[in-house]
Write a new protein. Structure first.
Length: 370
């Protein structure tokens, strides 16, 4: 008997236009939220990885260190002269082994011929090349400054890179480590860490090394990236609360449109709690499927638009010049699940409150309607 009563109302609920609108709304919200979370997280992680690969490594050990993924470097400030223009740069002296496959990918360079001429090789970014009006094969003058002494070095541009991150591209220049050693710049060793950076940092410090993690050397950058992700997550939680309000409106409208069916079920002996649970189960199932569908579509949209991001990053639009738009897509499942679970719980809570008006519908309304 109970299954018959439930079936009497369940089919109309599934075809209710308000539930259809409810499902579309939640799917669109889930799509936009998941897409934006993926975009912000991927861009932040891309910036962090690019800076770790090219800026200072995941860890920087003062002096010499022998180990896997350890690369000696000597860094300092300098002036780079083209034919008519001068640019202040940050020079990093490295060996050929420094340019691993991952670093070449980050720099967007393939083959590096570092022995093409007798002059020291110099690798500059596209932004610096445009500023100095130079290209591959042109000679440039690198003026190194150390201990109030200036050391000019005539080099040749052997490659031009484009990391996509303007903060590095505006300054970073590579040259042979022997050039920086002759100028007296101190030695450091950059380490790339595949596991937990903090644990590896503590291990090296216990062995007596002076170590600095990338997020300590650039605490402002690390804090900005973390704050950006937290702020975006907080904004989306607020949006989830707003969406829950619309869910309650849909639920209330659904009850209003089903007054006759609800009164009939009550006349046949069904309790308010059972009718309310029937509506709530229908809303919950539809909400769950809508959020899941929207999340999947949001992830697919992020992957589809990845080439568009890359084109925007290379478009030269000033407003986008300081954003890294060429990054691998990473899905922050933890943040997405938190936001969607909050949205689902708030939706069910608001729907439950809206469905309380079922109590006000009495079987006598059928008689009055007759």
């Amino acid at each position: 008997m109970r299954e018959t009563l439930f079936g009497m109302l369940q089919k109309p609920i599934r075809k209710d236009p308000h539930l259809r609108d409810h499902a579309i709304l939640l799917a669109i919200i889930a799509l936009l939220l998941s897409f934006c979370l993926i975009f912000v997280h991927s861009m932040a992680q891309g910036i962090a990885d690019t800076y770790a690969l090219l800026g200072s490594g995941h860890l920087s050990v003062s002096g010499s260190y022998e180990g896997p993924d350890a690369y000696p470097v000597r860094s300092g400030n300098a002036l780079l002269y083209g034919s008519d223009v001068t640019a202040p740069v940050m020079v990093k002296g490295v060996s050929a082994e420094y340019f691993t496959a991952n670093r070449k990918t980050a720099l967007h360079v393939s083959d590096l011929d570092l022995n093409a001429s007798g002059k020291p090789w110099v690798i500059i970014s596209e932004r610096i090349a445009r500023t100095l009006s130079v290209s591959v094969g042109d000679s440039v003058l690198l003026v190194l400054s150390q201990d109030d002494q200036f050391r000019p070095v005539l080099g040749v541009v052997s490659a031009i890179y484009d990391s996509g991150y303007a903060e590095l591209d505006d300054l970073l220049v590579f040259c042979p480590i022997s050039v920086m050693e002759a100028a007296g710049y101190p030695l450091a060793t950059e380490l790339l860490v595949t596991g937990d950076v903090s644990s590896e940092e503590q291990r090296l410090r216990k062995q007596g090394y002076f170590v600095t993690a990338w997020y300590e050397a650039r605490s402002d950058l690390a804090e900005n990236l973390q704050t950006s992700q937290n702020v975006v997550t907080g904004v989306f939680l607020a949006i989830a609360m707003l969406a829950a309000f619309f869910v309650s409106e849909f639920s209330a409208s659904m009850v209003t449109d089903r007054k006759t069916e609800i009164a009939t079920l009550k006349l046949l002996g069904m309790r308010d709690r059972s009718v309310r649970r029937l509506f709530l189960v229908a809303v919950f199932r539809l909400s769950l499927w809508s959020l899941a569908l929207g999340t999947v579509l949001g992830g697919m949209l992020a992957y589809v638009l990845q080439p568009v991001f890359r084109l925007l990053g290379k478009s030269g639009i000033p407003a986008l010049s300081y954003y890294l738009l060429d990054f691998p897509i990473l899905i922050p499942w933890g943040r997405i699940v938190i936001v969607l679970v909050v949205l689902l719980l708030l939706s069910m809570a608001s729907a439950s409150l809206a469905l309380r008006r079922i109590r006000s519908i009495q079987p006598v309304s059928l008689v009055q309607g007759w």
